[in-house]
Design a protein around this ligand. Structure first.
Ligand SMILES: Nc1ncnc2c1ncn2[C@@H]1O[C@H](COP(=O)(O)OP(=O)(O)O)[C@@H](O)[C@H]1O
Ligand SMILES: [Mg+2]
Length: 311
């Protein structure tokens, strides 16, 4: 079983709606239960983590939401200002810079700067230490924006390292990039569904990360896996039944026919799922973590707890 335990930074990515936030919460729960202090960093997201932990709402300031778990929902503007305050240590100077109307309207327009503000802040929290020299957080878990934007975000420190002249910005980006590219410290977790299109996009995403960014992918998380109810033979039989016009059966026994149709639909879903899983296995040698499809509210604390057993 793949374990994230020794990593300092985990980047949870994948297409929109595949379950990144659910996975981030479940993984955080698992790590916290094993004694790790975890920070879940979200990127200006619609806040849903509080329902997963039955906690207070999570905004741009770090809050403690469960034993060993903290969370923050980073807003780019807020993060710029925090960064500015750290960099421009002269009291008042950051206010002049960051409260300047021109700069305020200009900063978000610099390509990549909003992404770096959020990613850089998440990275910064891996570097914080308390008075005893102990890391404030053992691991920072970044619940990344959906695929395209997630990749854009990861590309920013690489670009800064490559093109920005030496200075504070470049120094931090270099330190962050060193951590992100180190498989001992960082893992990218790719969340996907056992369905045709998400699998195709996942294989493309893996290729893009391997070819271009060269970041260490820890594992694939296949979310929403249906338990298999039917054997190959049963499935084939049922799917044939579904394809046949069943008026006579329906008129003879309407509720029985409905039952058969439901079973046939399920068998068809299971076959499609098996085909998608086979494509994932053939297309990558990455470790896989399967999360079951939950026939309940997956954002309830009990569901997150249940899913955490897979990490
Ligand atoms: N294993 C699962 N079983 C059932 N529903 C799930 C599962 N994982 C996620 N969901 C539901 O799917 C929706 C999208 O999940 P979410 O974690 O918000 O995705 P993302 O962060 O990638 O957009 C949510 O309503 C969530 O509760
Ligand atoms: Mg999300």
């Amino acid at each position: 079983m793949w374990r994230a335990d020794d990593r300092r930074f985990i980047f949870v990515t994948g297409k929109g709606g595949v379950g990144k936030t659910t996975v981030s919460a479940a993984l955080a729960r698992a790590l916290a239960a094993r004694g790790k202090r975890v920070l879940i960093a979200m990127c200006n997201a619609k806040e849903r983590i509080s329902s997963m932990f039955a906690s207070e709402l999570v905004g741009p300031d770090i809050v403690h939401i469960a034993p060993n778990i903290w969370a923050v929902n980073t807003e780019p503007e807020h993060a710029f200002e925090e960064y500015g305050r750290m960099m421009l240590k002269v009291p008042g100077l950051y206010r002049v810079v960051f409260h300047n109307k021109y700069i305020r309207s200009f900063l978000p327009a610099v390509p990549g700067l909003s992404e770096w503000a959020m990613l850089g802040k998440a990275w910064f929290h891996t570097t914080e230490v308390d008075a005893e020299g102990r890391h404030r957080f053992d691991v920072v878990l970044l619940d990344a924006p959906a695929t395209g934007h997630g990749l854009d975000m990861l590309r920013v420190p690489k670009v800064i390292v490559e093109i920005v002249p030496p200075g504070i910005l470049r120094r931090d980006a270099e330190r962050a990039w060193k951590m992100f590219t180190d498989p001992a410290q960082t893992a990218v977790l790719i969340v996907t569904l056992p369905e045709e299109l998400p699998v195709t996009e996942t294989l493309e995403l893996i290729a893009a990360i391997d070819d271009d960014l060269r970041l260490p992918i820890g594992a694939l998380v296949v979310n929403g896996v249906l338990p298999v109810l039917f054997s190959e033979d049963e499935a084939r039989g049922l799917v044939t039944l579904l394809a046949e016009p069943s008026e006579s059966a329906a008129s003879a026994n309407p509720s029985g026919a409905d039952g058969i149709r439901a079973a046939a639909r399920r068998a068809a879903e299971e076959r499609a799922q098996a085909a998608s899983l086979a494509r994932l296995v053939a297309g990558t040698g990455l470790p896989r973590i399967h999360l079951p499809y939950l026939f309940e509210d997956a954002s309830a604390p009990a569901a997150i707890e249940r899913l955490s057993a897979n990490f």
